[in-house]
Design a protein around this ligand. Structure first.
Ligand code: THU
Length: 132
């Protein structure tokens, strides 16, 4: 299935009663399988989770820890970029050259790599010998 369709479809299930801003994310694992997630808000606002986080959790639950492609879609006037926290979450599982396509519902897209989205990312190499 295309990442675009997967992200569009899962967005329909977003639980966003507080922001009313529904987001869908689809990621492709190294195996080629597609994993999806939507944002899930909570009345205790900080407990809400982003669409990207849901897709990553689905991938890891399925036994994969490397991603090769990401697609995020929302009903926004401009393609929505992943939040800072999600950039770090994505970087945990993908190399800097992974392409993240950001889209609006009416078809505007923008593509950036993980390295462009998170320059100078904190990574395992910062932990030094004997860690991570
Ligand atoms: N949100 C995502 O799910 N992904 C993004 O890339 C940007 C923001 C969600 C979080 C919150 O539920 C809503 O969008 C408004 O910020």
């Amino acid at each position: 299935m295309s990442l675009e369709k997967a992200a569009r479809d899962v967005r329909d299930n977003a639980y966003a009663p507080y922001s009313e801003f529904r987001v869908g994310a689809a990621i492709r694992g190294e195996s080629g399988a597609v994993y999806t997630g939507c944002n899930v808000e909570n009345v205790a606002y900080p407990e809400g989770t982003c669409a990207e986080a849901g897709a990553i959790a689905a991938m890891v639950a399925a036994g994969e820890t490397r991603l090769t492609e990401v697609y995020v879609i929302a009903d926004s006037p401009h393609p929505v970029t992943p939040c800072g926290g999600c950039r770090q979450k994505l970087a945990e599982f993908g190399t800097g050259d992974v392409v993240v396509t950001m889209a609006t519902l009416d078809g505007m897209t923008e593509a950036m790599t993980l390295a462009e989205l998170l320059p100078g990312a904190f990574g395992r190499h910062h932990l030094g010998e004997g860690h991570g």
